[in-house]
Design a protein around this ligand. Sequence first.
Ligand code: PLP
Length: 408
Amino acid sequence: MSLIPTAQQGARIVTRHPHLMANYARQEINIVRGEGVYLFDESGNRYLDMVAGIAVCALGHAHPRITRAIADQAATLVHCSNLYHHEPAGILADRLAELSGFDAVFFCNSGAEANEAAIKLARKFAWRKGEKERTTILACNGSFHGRTLGALAATDAPAYKEGFAPLPSGFAFTPFNDIDALSSAIDDRTAAFIVEPVQGESGVLPATPEFLAAARDFCTQRGALLIFDEVQVGMGRLGRLFASQLYDVQPDAFTLAKSLANGLPIGALIVRGDAATSLKPGDHGTTFGGSPVPAAAALEHLAIRDVLDLDAHVETVGALLRNELRAIAHQWPDVFEPPRGHGLMLGLPVREGHKASDFVPHGLDFGLIINAAGRNTLRFIPPLIITQDEIRDAVQRLRSTIAATLAS
Ligand SMILES: Cc1ncc(COP(=O)(O)O)c(C=O)c1O
């Protein structure tokens, strides 16, 4: 245990657990409770959470209706093998199909698993059509699709891959937002092109509408599947339920995870057209995929979204946050570039000579949880229910954080 004095809050006690594997660079804070947009540490300090578990808790922490849905389902049926039908997963699949206009849903437990399923489905789809040479999965430079070996093979950043060779073969990369390069890269060996509509881990970089529209055309013309990785951007983060709706481009398949069940582990692969029937019994599966409790939480999440009119809300508060971040970039022009992103997925790029990760621990001293993503970017992905007053409060804390970081 250590005691960390803070600028604004009480001293922070941090109890460490030495047997947790050291594969994360954890911040010096022990979080014990959450409520709405706030997290609380073991000393009772309160933090405004501008990260939401990395775009997970869209409705905030401990939402009473989600809590009740989880408890009710846990008291009814916690687990049921995928060898049988059960209602929560079945109804959730129906609901996602209805909302997306797609045909079939496969449930798993995480974003990486959803992308693994998408990769396997793309290859099996080509194989079933007799196109046995069509195996390449094309991804973008700067992509992040997860840490399992297949998803990692589709991830660009060398740092994530170092020391894990050999990775599965049959993966290729093309520059993000470069239509000419994409045109050359998609050919008759391409099983699928997988793309994040806004690259998250590599620093909140939105695809241009032209790039995604061109991807749609090239994939259709050349017989490849277009897959959107909506693990981070889906479920309303960009101000539309799905990123495909914001961009008005229909992929053949897309993946969801993170906020789908507002904090419980779940992932989904959602597919339309002929590809939707390419996985047959025995081709793919997972014990816990679409488990009743996460599925019930996801259904409740969707029901609450309807009542809250969240898309309009995200547009309003997202515009406010973007304006405030623009003002910060204006105030510290040597430190920050103008913000980028959509809705409530915004990045504030940090200029050379400063490090985004340096601001994060100082944020804790001012009761603010922020996150550093790739390309030296501060990333803001708060709960979607955040109010305008809470945004203003966060920005005030951010200004204090910046001043303290630059003074240190
Ligand atoms: C776009 C994207 N895809 C996939 C993943 C992997 O998801 P998970 O960590 O649930 O495996 C992430 C996680 O950050 C992500 O942002």
